[in-house]
Design a protein around this ligand. Structure first.
Ligand code: NAD
Length: 331
């Protein structure tokens, strides 16, 4: 199976290299079509996303990408947001699970967050009213809300999950969040075997820190999902171990949750676990579940020893040495 591989910026090339080595050793038959997008390629070619990237994505319909740098405040829009919009990758899925003995605030946590990926305040509808006043328009539609909530419920059914929780701020944003909640309540009626609960986002932030075990599958809008998913990553050892998937009707792009970590780029310090786990999600999507579980087992084994932790997990080991340990564990 041919897969588009976009290494990305900062630590992207290091962790992409590690990920491809591990997948190649897993027995999965993946042919990598490597294309470049992001800040580095912008400096080299003047284009942030060269046409070759779009061509490859449209040819293969499946991709894995490293992080891409987005300047804060001004300049070009996020490549990630642009790809999600262009290909209507409406569902951002983030499994939150501890791996091995990685430092974790809670034992055995196993949550899955479904974040709506195409609208909300990310619609990019910003307007300058005056030097003193800027507006950003929040967009919520019935159709986009319905498909993300359905996907969360379908996942709950197919993965024997017990509960779906919808997160909104419908008490304040009565029209936009009110619509998302109304749709969730309607969709829930079609899934009588799954318990449905609803919670406001501020309370959710507190409950996740106090007692996250009460949750199972969570579904929410774009901005709340962005913030809560990082909070949830923090519950199980940080961004370095959390994978992600962006799913549309035809295309799927898998990526780590973390950014390009410019502070440690090129220093052999990056933890490739999140991108490797994203590759596992991709392999499962491609019905290569045996290869995925071989990789997961090796990761669990290696990360069961604190001596094998990278710096972000409180250890000292570098990207190359860590990757070699995983490769050895898979033999
Ligand atoms: P970041 O995730 O890059 O870094 C936050 C902290 O976590 C840093 O100290 C970094 O060293 C550390 N870290 C992150 N990933 C790590 C890893 N795999 N191993 C070890 N340590 C790791 O977040 P940021 O600094 O806010 O963002 C940097 C750039 O990345 C920005 O331009 C941002 O827009 C971009 N970004 C891209 C994506 C994406 O492409 N999916 C996601 C988030 C941020």
């Amino acid at each position: 199976m041919r897969v588009t591989m976009i290494p990305g910026d900062g630590i992207g090339r290091e962790i992409a290299q590690a990920m491809m080595q591990v997948v190649d050793a897993s027995g999965a038959k993946i042919e990598w079509e490597i294309v470049h997008a992001g800040e580095t390629v912008l400096q080299e070619t003047g284009e942030l996303v060269p046409q070759a990237v779009y061509d490859s994505l449209e040819r293969n319909q499946i991709a894995i990408k490293g992080p891409i740098t987005t300047p804060i405040g001004q300049g070009y829009r996020s490549v990630n947001v642009a790809l999600r919009k262009k290909y209507d990758l409406y569902a951002n899925v983030r499994p939150i699970r501890s791996v091995g003995q990685t430092p974790s605030l809670f034992e055995g946590l196993d949550l899955v967050l479904f974040r709506e990926n195409t609208e909300d305040l990310y619609a990019g509808l910003e307007k300058k009213i005056s030097d003193d006043e800027m507006h950003s328009i929040k967009v919520i539609t019935r159709s986009a809300s319905e498909r993300i909530v359905k996907q969360a419920f379908d996942f709950a059914v197919s993965h024997q999950r017990r509960r779906v929780t919808v997160v909104t701020k419908a008490n304040i944003m009565k029209l936009t969040d009110g619509l998302f909640l109304e749709v969730a309540r309607e969709v829930a009626k079609a899934y009588p075997t799954i318990e449905f609960t609803e919670i406001l986002v501020d309370n959710m932030a507190m409950q996740l820190v106090i007692n996250p075990q009460q949750f199972d599958v969570i579904v929410t809008e774009n901005l709340y999902g962005d913030i809560l998913s990082d909070l949830m990553a923090g519950l199980v050892g940080g961004l370095g171990i959390i994978p992600g998937a962006n799913l549309g009707r035809n295309m799927a792009i898998f990526e780590a949750v973390h950014g390009s970590a410019p502070d440690i780029a090129g220093k052999d310090l990056a933890n490739p676990t999140a991108l490797i786990l994203s590759a596992c999600l991709m392999l499962e999507h491609l019905n290569e579940s045996e290869a995925a579980s071989r990789i997961r087992q090796a990761l669990d084994q290696v990360l069961s020893h604190p001596d094998n932790f990278t710096r972000d997990l409180g250890g000292h080991i570098g990207t190359t040495a860590f990757t070699n340990l995983i490769l050895a564990a898979m033999q």
